[in-house]
Design a protein around this ligand. Structure first.
Ligand SMILES: *Cc1c(COP(=O)(O)O)cnc(C)c1O
Length: 391
C-alpha cells in the first residue's frame, strides 16, 4: 500500500467541508446570541469586576446544565483545578495520578499544591485514563496492611501518599468512569475530574465533571464556550462549595465593613464581565453541540474511505461534545504525521499534533510514571483537525 498521497487526500476533504477557505481555525469561538447585549448591560451598570448579577446567574446556569449541586466560577480552568485539588485534600509531598496524555495545566495544578504528578497510561478506545491498566499498577505499588489486608493509600516505593486521581476527558471524549470510580473506592483515593474540554459531554447520560468529589471546567477562548478566560469548580458537596467560594474570594470573613481574612486565600473569582459573556454563550451551548456533532458525523463519513487514517468516534457509553476532532494515523502512516501537519497548515487548515506527553517535559521528567505504551502510540498518531461549529 502506498500512503504517499495521504496528506493531499486529507487536505481535499478539509477543503470540501470548509468550502475551500484558506483560513480555518482549529476552534474559533462563536458569538451569535446575547453576548453584546449582556456585555453592554454589564458596562452600563458599572459592575464589571468581582461584584454583579452575572456571576451568580452563570453559576446557576452551570448547575442547571450539568446537574451538579454547586458550581463556582473562577478566572481560569487551571486555578479551578489547583483549588479543587487543594479542597480534595492534596498536600505537599503527595502523589496525584494524572494522564500523561494531557494539557500541561493538569500536571501544573498538581505542582501548585506542592504535590508530585504520577503519570498514567491511556485507553485506546477513549483516549483517556486506562482503568484496567491503572488497577493492576496500583495493586502493585500500593501498601497493604499485612494483618488486615486493608489498603493504605501510600506508594510503597516512594513512601508518599497517593491522594487523588485526575481523569481528563480528552478532546471532549468521556473517560470510562465506572471502573475508575470503583478503583478509587478500592484504593481509597479521591477523584477530581479535569473536565476542562468536555462541557456538554455525557458518560452514561450523566455530565462529565459530576462524578468526582470535585470537577472542573474551562472557558478559555478555544474551548467549546468561552468567557474570554474562565473556569468553574463543580461539586455535589455543599461544604466544599462554600469553602471554594470563600477561598476564591481572598478568604474574607463576611462583614459590612471590616477586612478580616483568616486564611491565605486566592483572588480566583470570575469577574462579572466574563460571566456576562458566559451566560450568553451557555444559552447557545445546545445548538453549538448539535452543530459540532454534525461536523463530526460529516468527518466520519468522509474519512471512512481513506486508508491509513481513521476518524476517532465516541464509544457506546459516551456522548461526546467533539470539542477537537481527532484523526488517528495507523502504525503504517504515523511516519507521515509531520508531512500531513505541514500540508494542512500551509494550506490554511489549522491542524495540531497531540500534546508532548507530560512525562517528557523537563519539569516533570523525574516524576513517577507507569508503563505508557498507549499514550506513546497515541502521541504519534493523533492529529487534531478544524473543529469550530459549522454554521
Ligand atoms: C484548557 C485546559 C485546562 C486549563 O484551562 P485554562 O482555562 O486554559 O486555564 C486544563 N486542563 C485541560 C485538559 C485543558 O484542556
Amino acid at each position: 500500500m502506498n500512503y504517499k498521497n495521504i496528506a493531499n487526500d486529507i487536505l481535499k476533504i478539509l477543503k470540501q467541508i470548509w468550502n475551500n477557505s484558506n483560513n480555518v481555525a482549529l476552534h474559533a469561538p462563536c458569538f451569535k446570541g446575547n453576548e453584546k447585549k449582556y456585555l453592554a448591560e454589564c458596562i452600563d451598570s458599572t459592575f464589571v469586576s468581582s461584584v454583579g448579577k452575572y456571576v451568580d446567574l452563570f453559576e446557576d446556569m452551570l448547575v442547571d446544565y450539568t446537574g451538579v449541586k454547586r458550581a463556582i466560577a473562577v478566572v481560569n480552568g487551571t486555578c479551578a483545578l489547583h483549588l479543587a485539588l487543594q479542597l480534595a485534600g492534596v498536600m505537599p509531598g503527595d502523589e496525584v495520578i494524572v494522564p500523561a496524555l494531557s494539557f500541561v495545566a493538569t500536571a501544573n495544578a498538581v505542582k501548585f499544591c506542592g504535590a508530585i504528578p504520577h503519570f498514567a497510561d491511556s485507553e485506546l478506545s477513549t483516549l483517556g485514563m486506562a482503568p484496567g491498566k491503572l488497577d493492576l499498577y496500583l495493586n502493585d505499588i500500593i501498601k497493604f496492611n499485612r494483618q488486615t489486608g486493608c489498603v493504605i493509600p501510600v506508594n510503597k516505593y516512594s513512601g508518599r501518599p497517593i491522594r487523588a486521581v485526575v481523569p481528563m476527558h480528552t478532546f471532549g471524549h468521556p473517560v470510562d468512569m465506572d471502573p475508575l470510580i470503583e478503583l478509587c473506592g478500592k484504593y481509597k483515593i479521591t477523584m477530581v475530574e479535569d473536565a476542562a474540554e468536555s462541557l456538554g459531554s455525557l458518560y452514561k447520560n450523566k455530565h462529565t465533571g459530576s462524578f468526582g468529589k470535585l470537577g472542573i471546567l474551562s472557558f478559555n477562548g478555544n474551548k467549546i464556550i468561552t468567557t474570554g478566560g474562565g473556569g468553574a469548580i463543580l461539586t455535589n458537596d455543599d461544604i466544599l462549595a462554600d469553602r471554594a467560594k470563600y477561598l476564591t474570594t481572598t478568604a474574607k470573613r463576611p462583614h459590612s465593613w471590616e477586612y478580616f481574612h483568616d486564611e491565605t486565600g486566592f483572588n480566583y473569582r470570575m469577574p462579572n464581565i466574563n460571566a456576562a459573556l458566559g451566560c450568553a454563550q451557555l444559552e447557545q451551548l445546545p445548538s453549538l453541540l448539535e452543530s459540532k456533532r454534525q461536523l463530526a458525523k460529516l468527518y466520519q463519513k468522509k474519512f471512512a474511505n481513506i486508508p491509513g487514517v481513521s476518524f476517532f468516534c465516541e464509544t457506546d457509553f459516551a456522548r461526546s461534545n467533539y470539542w477537537l476532532n481527532v484523526l488517528l494515523l495507523s502504525e503504517e502512516t504515523e511516519y507521515l504525521r509531520n508531512d500531513i501537519l505541514k500540508t494542512t497548515n500551509t494550506a490554511g487548515y489549522m491542524s495540531r499534533p497531540a500534546w508532548t506527553l507530560l512525562n517528557k517535559l523537563p519539569m516533570f521528567s523525574n516524576c513517577p510514571a507507569m508503563n505508557l505504551d498507549n499514550a506513546e502510540a497515541l502521541g504519534k498518531q493523533i492529529i487534531n483537525i478544524p473543529s469550530s461549529p459549522l454554521i
